[in-house]
Design a protein around this ligand. Sequence first.
Ligand SMILES: [Ca+2]
Length: 243
Amino acid sequence: MFHVVAVFMLLIGYGASQTKDDCPAGVPRDNTLIIHSGFCFSFNFTKIPHKDARATCEKHGGTLALVKTPDLQDFLYNQLAHYYNHTHDKVWIGLNDIAAEDKFVWEDGTSLNYSNWASGEGPNSGSIQHVFQHNTEDCVILDVTARGKWHDYSCDHSVVFLSTTPELHSFICQYTPVGRSSTEPTQKSAGTSPSTTEISVQPVVTLATITNPCPPFTCDLDCGMDGFKKDATTGCSICECDI
Ligand SMILES: [Ca+2]
């Protein structure tokens, strides 16, 4: 008896994950560009002032990295320390209190919920350094030498022992992949990047069952390799050898 049931699992359009090709044009496609959590992160190891770093990111529609979650903090730190081996680097991130002293906000206008300040750093820390320098330390670096803790730094120049030193640091840009929609409310400061809502794409699975239309078939003939004849009309096997 022949009864054929064929089951085909057809995967149609399994949600394409983001690739570097989805990042904004003009962002270098090399090992400094990495996709994480649906965003493009571009690591830049040329040490430049904060305003220039920020402008570099904004040129392609991005911001300095918005380190809003412990997951992203860990990812960026591990990339810097263990993938790029920049164990002594300090990198600008997209957090500052330029607009209002001690009110740190992300470049996309969102307020600070998660933070990773080093001891005595950040707003209202109460440290001696904060008392004397908080008005001039309005930009933030992620310090790889301090296991990724954050420090507020002067955005342009620091004065140490009456000597002025420019603050030049590496930086990380964050981009929303091109073509993604966005619903996150933003209160952007001038010239910042698109917002950052993620879209999850679910796989679409189609299950097709095909059943042989021929009736149950039995036959005592042994037709060997030749097999049985087919009925010219129905295409079903008949009890004669196909010689
Ligand atoms: Ca400040």
